[in-house]
Design a protein around this ligand. Structure first.
Ligand SMILES: *Cc1c(COP(=O)(O)O)cnc(C)c1O
Length: 373
């Protein structure tokens, strides 16, 4: 039944993860972050499942991602916060997309677009509280907040929210950022603005820094059932990983002791061995850095990857005897560890990266199969 390559996305898990998180965090509002094709899980079906689970906002980076959700008929509030210098604010405002804005220039462009449309742009001011990425730097707060207030007064925009993002570096660093954010929110109010949505926490702080919850949390990685912490698994957090990445055995082959495997012969069979060819490679997002270290699951048992991950394929060693694996059988690369499968976090550890990257980088050649539980 399984495809050559496929990522099975359990939408019931998305829905129940959101319901669980929302109850745990207790904020008046909860945003499901579905940027980057919902971390590789498929933006539209994930957005619908997250809304069904109790999210009342959707968050994306780019306006194009927001417009795709609207085009699919999703009418929930959507926030987009990272903009091309020439971003089409008109299309966004006309489609009722809320803009997270980080500079006077962006505020002015949004106001110009709103004026042309004869509408009012809904805006969240994005503050830099330490990450040094986008967001208005503290040095520019007074000027930018005054401009926002002036534009609000003439009806071109409405500051509905204030936001920032934490570095998750240490308790001390996050505490400093939190205090900086509180100074910023106070200054926004002092400028005569009355934002109702105040939000700072993504998954990690939503779970472990209650003071950062304010009126909304922005949930990404935990929505997908993965842990942002080194010291807690999905199960520890009451979450179910939503993505299972799998493929079909393309070949089974016996090799003699000493046979080299894949480019550069990083691995040579130490004994007569049975090898299985798995048709996923770095074109599909399988990290080449995981060469020779990750595990996969076949018929409920796990086996090691051997040799280099190539563009389209890698090799798994079943050992001296074939336990009964045949061409066409299903290979699970990662999924819910409760099923005995390796996790996305196991692959991240094998590749020296984070689970976020493992799921988000899954390539276009891998169809997403959305199931409802
Ligand atoms: C990606 C992102 C999030 C989600 O972070 P998680 O750690 O995945 O929960 C929240 N807020 C902003 C601004 C982001 O860019």
């Amino acid at each position: 039944m399984s495809g050559f390559r496929e990522a099975v996305i359990n939408l019931a898990a998305i829905r129940s993860n959101m319901a669980h998180l929302r109850a745990l965090v207790g904020t008046p509002h909860a945003m499901a972050v579905v940027k980057a094709n919902a971390y590789g899980h498929g933006a539209v079906p994930v957005a619908r499942a997250a809304l069904a689970g109790g999210a009342d906002w959707l968050g994306v980076a780019d306006i194009d991602e927001a417009l795709q959700l609207r085009d699919a008929g999703i009418d929930a509030p959507i926030l987009a916060w990272l903009h091309d210098p020439d971003a089409d604010f008109s299309a966004a405002i006309d489609d009722d997309i809320t803009l997270g804005l980080s500079s006077a220039r962006q505020l002015q462009r949004a106001a110009d677009a709103a004026a042309e449309l004869g509408q009012t742009a809904s805006v969240h001011l994005k503050l830099d509280t330490g990450l040094s990425r986008n967001g208005v730097h503290e040095n520019d707060w007074a000027e930018v907040f005054a401009l926002a207030a002036a534009l609000e007064q003439v009806g071109l925009l409405r500051v509905d929210g204030v936001m920032s993002h934490l570095s998750n570096t240490s308790a001390t660093d996050d505490q400093q950022a939190l205090e900086c954010f509180e100074r910023g929110v106070a200054l926004v109010r002092a400028a005569g603005l009355a934002p109702t949505l105040v939000h700072l926490a993504s998954s990690a702080a939503a779970l472990r820094l209650p003071a950062a919850r304010f009126s909304m949390v922005r949930l990404g990685i935990t929505l997908y059932g993965l842990s942002p912490f080194d010291d807690a698994s999905s199960a520890d957090l009451g979450l179910v990983p939503a993505m299972t990445l799998r493929g079909r055995v393309a070949q089974v082959r016996r090799v003699a002791a000493g046979a080299g495997v894949s480019y550069d012969y990083l691995w040579r069979a130490p004994e007569d061995s049975t090898l299985v060819l798995v048709p996923l490679g770095y074109a599909d997002g399988i990290p080449r850095q995981a060469s020779g270290s990750a595990l996969v699951q076949i018929h409920g048992a796990t086996y090691p990857l051997v040799g280099r991950v190539a563009m389209d394929q890698f090799v798994v060693n079943l050992g001296a005897d074939n336990p009964g694996v045949a061409v066409g059988d299903t290979v699970v690369l990662f999924g819910d560890p409760a099923t005995g499968a390796p996790s996305a976090t196991d692959w991240a550890d094998a590749a020296g990266t984070i689970n976020y990257e493992i799921v988000t980088r899954i390539g276009h050649r891998v169809p997403r199969l959305h199931i409802h539980g």
